[in-house]
Design a protein around this ligand. Structure first.
Ligand code: FAD
Length: 352
């Protein structure tokens, strides 16, 4: 049996390793644009220089799995075509291409490896007293602004967002803002409308000058599913059945950020388990058995505020918020354990 896994992030790596474990006779091939596994949840650290965020894929994949460096252009009808013309046949394919960014012109995105590399290089050229604007009040923006402010106290960091830390309840939200202010991040409660010649324009009509503007919002997904003719939702995510199979083509499983699975938000705590579940679905189908339904299981939401502070709020299994939250040292430990756990689970193919 031939199985092709497209994308080696948290979901694809977990899927490939579990497939190799459960179906040792199958030929499992992983296709990824670079020879590294990127810990996307550490990209803000990559930008600020506090973590490498990349590990050779060969050390992440079980022996026997083949990895190819390349980008898939099309998948369907039992065949995957790469953008360099190569093609591979499959019995099952796992689509795990993650999500992407849609930066405004004049900004550098931090949510992809390539963008984070550009941001890191640009940041390194900035002299003391320079201003860095970080666009996005969600977790990526908060973590990026905080990480840079902590690592480069010589810079002026301004975080612009219309609802900074809005995914937390009021208590932890206030604690996130206090933590940012402690790191001297200036919070601008507004929306960026455009960036021209180093001037950041806000919805309120105000402007300010920035030497570097980072786009810290993750939105949208690669159009591979849509381009390949798979049914997608309004955001381009592939629509799947309860066992994570594309509703268009049962031989294509879709996992992680690019899957429109019920209750699935874009998070590595969802991506890994979905990758593992997809592997189980393939193994059951290969054994002539019915696949089991997937159900999302959440633990909490958290943001790091540099290396010495963090805030985490616990959630119910269905992602609704509980009142309880932690901050400071204990939250730093929990956040770091979660980050390491996600990588460990992908490597072990255990998914959670
Ligand atoms: C700075 C930052 C901080 C974050 N922090 C957290 C956090 O604290 N907790 C949390 O749960 N989530 C967090 N996230 C979100 C989390 O990183 C994603 O939800 C997770 O990476 C999704 O995993 P995935 O496997 O779906 O996709 P990814 O990890 O993005 O992997 C997708 C892979 O597919 C590859 N690919 C894309 N197109 C193709 C193609 N055509 N052919 C082949 N390969 C392709 C990509 O290059 C990539 O290697 C954060 C994200 C960012 C950017």
């Amino acid at each position: 049996m031939k199985i092709v896994v497209i994308g080696a992030g948290y979901s694809g790596t977990a899927a490939a390793n579990r497939l190799a474990k459960k179906l040792p006779k199958a030929e499992v091939t992983v296709i990824n644009p670079r020879p590294d596994f990127v810990e996307r949840v550490r990209l803000h650290q990559r930008v600020a220089g506090t973590a490498a965020a990349a590990t050779p894929l060969t050390t992440m994949l079980r022996t026997g799995i083949t990895s190819l460096v390349g980008a898939v252009d099309k998948v369907g009808a039992g065949s995957v075509t790469l953008d360099d013309g190569r093609s591979l046949d499959y019995d099952y394919a796992v689509l795990a291409v993650g999500s992407t960014v849609q930066p405004l012109p004049g900004t550098v995105p931090v949510g992809t490896w390539e963008g984070a590399e550009r941001a890191r290089e640009a940041l390194a050229t900035l002299g003391a007293g320079s201003t860095v604007a970080v666009v996005g009040g969600g977790p990526t923006g908060i973590e990026t602004a905080a990480e840079i402010a902590a690592a480069r106290p010589d810079l002026r960091v301004r975080l612009v967002g219309s609802s900074v830390a809005g995914s937390f309840s009021p208590g932890p939200q206030a604690r996130v803002r206090a933590g940012l202010e402690r790191l001297t991040v200036e919070i601008v409660d507004d929306e960026v409308t455009k960036v021209t010649d180093g001037v950041v324009h806000l919805r309120s009509g105000e402007t300010f000058a920035a030497d570097l503007t980072l786009w810290a919002i993750v939105s949208g997904v690669p159009d591979l599913a849509a381009r390949s003719g798979l049914a997608v939702d309004e955001s381009g995510r592939a629509i799947v059945d309860e066992s994570l199979r594309s509703v268009t083509d049962e031989r294509i499983l879709v996992v992680g950020d690019c899957a429109a699975a019920t209750g699935g938000r874009m998070a590595c705590q969802v991506a890994g388990p979905q990758g593992a579940h997809a592997a189980d679905t393939v193994a059951l189908l290969a054994g002539g058995r019915a696949p089991a339904p997937y159900s999302a299981r959440y633990l909490g939401r958290g943001v790091s505020l540099g290396r010495k502070d963090a805030v985490g709020q616990f959630t119910r299994r269905d992602d609704t918020l509980l009142r309880a939250y932690v901050a400071g040292g204990p939250a730093v430990v929990i956040k770091e354990m979660g980050t390491r756990g996600a990588k460990f689970s992908a490597r072990a193919g255990i998914g959670s």
